[in-house]
Structures are given as structure tokens and as C-alpha cells.
Design a protein around this ligand. Sequence first.
Ligand SMILES: O=C1O[C@H](COP(=O)(O)O)[C@@H](O)[C@H](O)[C@H]1O
Length: 248
Amino acid sequence: MNRPRIVIEKDPDAVAAAAARNWLRLAREAVSEQGVFHVALSGGSTPRRLHAALAAAAPPPPWAAVEAWFGDERCVPPDDPESNYRMARETLFDRVPIAPGHIHPILCSPADCRRAAHAYARTLAARLPAAAGGMPRLDLAVLGMGPDGHTASLFPGSCILSETERPAAAVYVDRLKAWRVSLTRPLLEAARHLMFIVTGADKAPAVARALATPHDPAGLPVQRLAPAGEVTWYLDAAAAAGLEETRP
Ligand SMILES: O=C1O[C@H](COP(=O)(O)O)[C@@H](O)[C@H](O)[C@H]1O
């Protein structure tokens, strides 16, 4: 496994600008090699700044060749304020010339979360090239991390962490008393690049723990990943505050 590259910037805007530069580079490389860039977007609130930077980028990303997927989704309607798709639509899709047919939301509601996960897994398998082990292969998965070390909707103690075959699955998150759909560990591990974007002092302890041992099968969900491709962490100074003493 490659060691993660760690980029520390002074504040969340500088983090977003640095992550956007790498996103653009990877998009251009993928499009020149294979004519398409398959990227999974992260949910939560941190990606808003990245989306703003991408929407303002000059020259812009090759939007006509971008296929946008989602790392996870809350089982709510797509116009719900909690919806990751809604956040991405408002901050990115409504502002850039991406083809509507290239946007792949996870369409779910509490009544059909499992069906939504199956449908998403099928669409991923149909549209993405296969990696060596047969998993659909994303060019890039943008990920966040919660203070508890969850990434996408892979939460501590969750049975979805043991998934080895399905690229996407439905999961009940006890702590939130809510269903979600998430890309799974094997799908994320097969991606060509993973990009973690983490900001804020509340995440500093989890960042320090995660980067002290980037792969730990018994660690935080983020440490359970054994990525085949490149991994870059983008941190602001607050999130990186506990790092110096613990980084190997
Ligand atoms: O619940 C979620 O949280 C993580 C981190 O979110 P953030 O708002 O703290 O950046 C995110 O990666 C995930 O996609 C999201 O659903």
C-alpha cells in the first residue's frame, strides 16, 4: 500500500483550493487517457468549499467528460436539506456544464434504502471499468472524515465495514437512528485515488490517530481501508494540530 501524501494548509479555503488543483489534474489525466473521469463526491458540509473552487476554476475541468457519483447518501428525498445530492446540486451541478446524464445520485428514501443500494451497485458495475479484483474502479473518491473516524457512511462498529463483495450497501447508523447508503470498503480500496478533506479542530484527535497508522484493520473506519491507489489527505492547520508527535 502507498503511504498517504499529507497536505497541510492554513485554513479551509486554502485546503479547498489545493484539493481542487489536484482534482483538476486527475480529471485532465483521466480524460486524456480514457476519455472519462469517474469521481465520487463526498457528503457532509466540508465539500462545499471544494465545489465552489471547482465551479470557479479557470480553465475549468473537462465537465463534458466528468461522471459524478456519491460516496454516501442519507435515505431522504433528493430535495431534503439533509441530502448529499441536494448539497452537490446547489454548490456544484447548478453552476457547471456537467451533463445531467453524467450525474449519478443515490436515489433513496427510508422505505427503499436497500433497493436503492442494489440499484446503485448495479449502475456502478455497468458504467465503471473493473479493477483487478473485479470491483468497479473510480478514478477518484473524495472523502471526508467525522470526529469519530467515519468516512462516507462507514461508521465505527458498523457491519458494513465487513462487506467484501458489494460495491454499495444500505446501512443503519445506530448513533443517528437513520438509514444510509454508502460505497463500501472494497469499492473505495479499488479506486485509483482517494482524497480525504478534513478541516476543524474537532477532528484533530481522529486525524492524529488515523495518520499515525494509516492502515489498521482494527482501527477507526478510515484506517480499515487498504487502498490500492494513491491517497492524499488535505488538512487545515486546526485538523493537523495533533499530527507532529504521532506521524511515523
Ligand atoms: O456524514 C458525513 O460526514 C462525513 C464527514 O462530514 P463533514 O460534514 O464533517 O465533512 C462525510 O464524509 C460523509 O460523506 C457524510 O455523509
